[in-house]
Design a protein around this ligand. Sequence first.
Ligand SMILES: Nc1nc2c(ncn2[C@@H]2O[C@H](COP(=O)(O)OP(=O)(O)OP(=O)(O)O)[C@@H](O)[C@H]2O)c(=O)[nH]1
Ligand SMILES: [Mg+2]
Length: 315
Amino acid sequence: MRLVRGALRAWRDSFDCGGRSVAMWFPGHMAKGLRQMKGKLQKVDCLVEVHDARIPFSGRNPVFQEALGVRPHLLLLNKMDLADLKEKSRILEQLKQEGLKNVIFTDCEREENIKEVVPLITELVSSNQRYQRAENVEYCIMVIGVPNVGKSSLINALRRLHLKKGKASQVGGEPGITKAVLTKIQVSERPVMYLIDTPGVLSPRIGSVETGLKLALCGTIRDYLVGEDVMADYLLYNLNKHQLFKYVERYGLDAPCDDIESVLKRVALKLGKTRKVKVLTGTGDVNVIAPDYNAAGYEFVRTFRKGELGKVMLD
Ligand SMILES: Nc1nc2c(ncn2[C@@H]2O[C@H](COP(=O)(O)OP(=O)(O)OP(=O)(O)O)[C@@H](O)[C@H]2O)c(=O)[nH]1
Ligand SMILES: [Mg+2]
């Protein structure tokens, strides 16, 4: 019998979090942001929640539902360009069972499905019994979500699309760019619609270490809260589980491998992330080249976040 290379390999089918815990991250600007959001709520017709399409079920903040939940609610699963959406209908069905009927997958960078947003909001608001709206009234929408999922990018994409206008809200690759509830920003002329950008707010308690790891891989919580080493290992576990083996060729490995230390060693050598280390021997000091595992782990995760190791579904 011919054995296919790699077919005999056993991938981990669950991830051992090894008794770790996730450090809490609920900085002052999040608590303050949530207070400011509640303060503005009275004028808000609809909530648009933005979340990462790679984790449609994990890490959404339950506090939003409790604190802000009375308005019509649209969920945008953004960064669809980075997500494996083969099982899109299962995801939509499961979300529906959780009470979320209005869901759109979006890509704010390439404006994928962005044109569906304003018409759906308009429909949701006008069909809502709460509002006895006169014609030609302005729409005021609050954009909410955990950090770094693309809330500010959504506002900029809508302005580009409908108003041909430039950036109004600052965007950045790290969580915590928007720090205060901003004034309303116009995104559409017909109907006249304003969006309020808000700071990303995490749940004060992250449910499990694995949820923390997913959030961290997607860049929504700071890396140090879970640790780069375990993030890199969790990434490797996911890549193998989903048979995403682009990393093998990229880093010059012979075959897929489930051992993070061996993989990071290759990453370090390939990218020159090495350090000179002095070793004391019986005959004197010698300098040896040692892989910088931390730097390699960081590179591995960063490459994944750019989508260069393949599209994933972490839930
Ligand atoms: N690949 C990809 N990247 C995106 C998309 N939308 C936004 N980004 C990037 O994600 C990062 C975060 O975007 P922001 O718009 O600043 O996110 P935010 O939710 O406002 O973040 P905070 O203000 O920190 O809460 C930026 O680097 C964006 O360029 C998308 O659809 N696809
Ligand atoms: Mg922002």
